[in-house]
Design a protein around this ligand. Sequence first.
Ligand SMILES: [Zn+2]
Length: 79
Amino acid sequence: MKKRILIITLLLFIPIILVDESITIAQGEDKVLICSGKNSKKYHSKRCSGLNRCGGDIITSTMSAAIKDGYTPCKICYR
Ligand SMILES: [Zn+2]
């Protein structure tokens, strides 16, 4: 009897786990890299050559947050 309860509990939780994972993946697609240097106004999709000139720290943000802060897409990694 206890085993059956365990199986039912697992079946109830599996959909939640699957939904959770798809949310994580969706957020992962939106990640961009920003140079914190004051002259930088570009966001990057990955560690591209444009970031090599970054004088400050390279921080990870989301694309929507970067656009909201006035950043524009890098011409090297977004073309
Ligand atoms: Zn770039």
